[in-house]
Design a protein around this ligand. Structure first.
Ligand code: ARG
Length: 469
């Protein structure tokens, strides 16, 4: 049997392999709600402009509501022979409404239809992701407030560098996630133009009103060029790019959690809810959730790379290659959502071992910079010379296998005779972090103020979202 949607010039149906390679219903059924939303706006506009009668439009609109109900309740039967979500919906609509259902596709093509549906889906998904990223920020800020004054080693090259506070470390991720939200918001702003009405590629001879459908679907304006409208997938690429960067941030954090949870670091204990045991080694508590967040970033980055490669050789306007835009994006954005939820859960649950963190913060001569700064401030040494003096003191302490604070004043004076015992005041890790009051620095007062500012901001955003619903 030839396809009833376009079988006019076809004597037979497709080869079985053709059907398999061609069908997208196995994944684009996810666009059902968006497809029906778009069709309802389209048919309302067709009635307003006199392209279809009000009676036809009402019957189609009601029929579409019924199709959506059937899909949502699970009673709808999807057919692979009907290729994709657009033709599945339309075919069922014809069963419900009769031949007049065929008027819905006036002045429209699946090319502008799929461009519209996918934009709507991406836009909805960005809105959901924003809520989840904000929730992870909230979990981090809450923890940061509690631990604004608790010291841990700060690292460069994964070598103890200078003490920082645990709260400060967590707040770094709050900033990264804020940029992620900004990138998703940018993508949303740019994608918010309506391609409906571009039809197959050249526009239509029917007197449609694109401003109407655009406004009805919450877009800022219709897209300006019909060829671009049906061939553009920048909105998917930009969103995947934001997702890939966000997944990379989560992966870096996950790596830190994996390290912190080792007995060697022992900085945090993950909850039972986010760890697994080993079937052979009873002592193990494996940070699987963190490892998976780290690993799953690969799929998200892969989806971006994959779509860039799909798009790179395509001439204008629509080509069926573009059907390959969906599976990767569905998978990547779902994966990111899962990773965000897992991270928020881990952060809310994990218990830092503050004693171990503090002990580690003092190891590795982490207050050497504080000593050098003291020599500059109190003795007026040029920083380079202070660095040199401190280096000699570190060597002395290292040779004796003690911390800097354990050297005697007499020993220190062998290296620099003007040192006084006031120097011991800066050698503690707590003093060290307290002194770093420069803007954005790790001083507990800074961290607390920054966390409070974020808390106010996040709560305000939460109210404005829930209030507007
Ligand atoms: N399933 C198709 C896709 O996802 C819909 C558009 C098909 N257009 C066409 N001219 N065959 O890209």
């Amino acid at each position: 049997m030839s396809n009833k949607m376009w079988g006019g010039r076809f004597a037979t149906g497709p080869d079985a392999i053709m059907e398999e390679i061609n069908a997208s219903i196995g994944f684009d059924y996810r666009l059902a709600a968006q497809d029906i939303r778009g069709s309802k706006a389209h048919v309302a506009m067709l009635a307003e402009t006199g392209i279809v009668t009000p009676e036809n439009a009402t019957a189609i609109d009601k029929g579409l509501d019924q199709v959506l109900r059937e899909i949502e309740s699970g009673s709808f039967t999807f057919s692979r022979a009907l290729e994709d979500i657009h033709m599945n919906v339309e075919s069922r609509l014809a069963e419900i409404v009769g031949p007049d259902a065929g008027r819905l596709h006036t002045a429209r093509s699946r090319n502008d239809q799929v461009a519209l549906d996918f934009r709507l889906w991406i836009r909805d998904t960005i809105d959901q992701l924003d809520v989840q990223i904000r929730d992870l920020q909230k979990a981090l800020v809450d923890k940061a407030l509690v631990h604004a004054g608790d010291v841990m080693p700060g690292f460069t090259h994964l070598q103890s560098a200078q003490p920082v506070t645990f709260g400060h470390h967590l707040m770094a991720y709050v900033e990264m996630l804020a940029r992620d939200r900004g990138r998703f918001a940018d993508s949303r702003r740019r994608l918010n133009e309506c391609p409906l009405g571009a039809a197959a590629l050249a526009g239509t001879s029917f007197p449609i009103n694109r401003e109407r459908t655009s406004a009805a679907l919450g877009f800022d304006r219709p897209t300006a060029n019909s060829l671009d409208s049906v061939s553009d997938r920048d909105f998917v690429l930009e969103t995947l790019s934001a997702a890939a960067i966000c997944a990379t941030h989560l992966s870096r954090f996950a790596e830190e959690i994996v390290l912190w949870a080792t007995p060697q670091f022992g900085f945090v204990r993950l909850s039972d809810g986010f760890t697994t045991g080993s079937s052979i080694m009873p002592q193990k508590r494996n940070p699987d959730a963190a490892e998976l967040v780290r690993g799953k970033s690969g799929r998200v980055i892969g989806a971006l790379t994959g779509l860039l490669i799909v798009m790179k050789g395509l001439p204008l306007a629509y080509s069926k290659d573009m059907q390959e835009d969906k599976e990767g994006a569905f998978d990547a954005l779902h994966t990111l959502s899962l990773c965000l939820a897992a991270m928020a859960g881990m952060v809310r649950d994990f218990q830092p071992d503050l004693k171990r963190m503090k002990a580690a913060a003092g190891a590795g001569f982490a207050t050497a910079t504080d000593l050098a700064d003291w020599l500059v401030r109190e003795l007026g040494l040029p920083f380079r010379q202070a660095h040199h003096v401190t280096g000699s003191l570190v060597k002395m302490a290292s040779d004796r296998k003690v911390g800097l604070e354990k050297l005697s004043l007499a020993d220190m004076r062998i290296v620099e005779p003007r040192i006084t015992d006031a120097v011991f005041g800066v050698l503690g890790v707590e003093k060290s972090v307290k002194s770093r009051k420069s803007l954005g620095g790790t001083a507990p007062a800074n961290v607390r103020a920054q966390a409070r500012r974020w808390l106010t901001r996040l709560e305000k955003e939460h109210r404005s979202i829930t209030g507007s619903r």
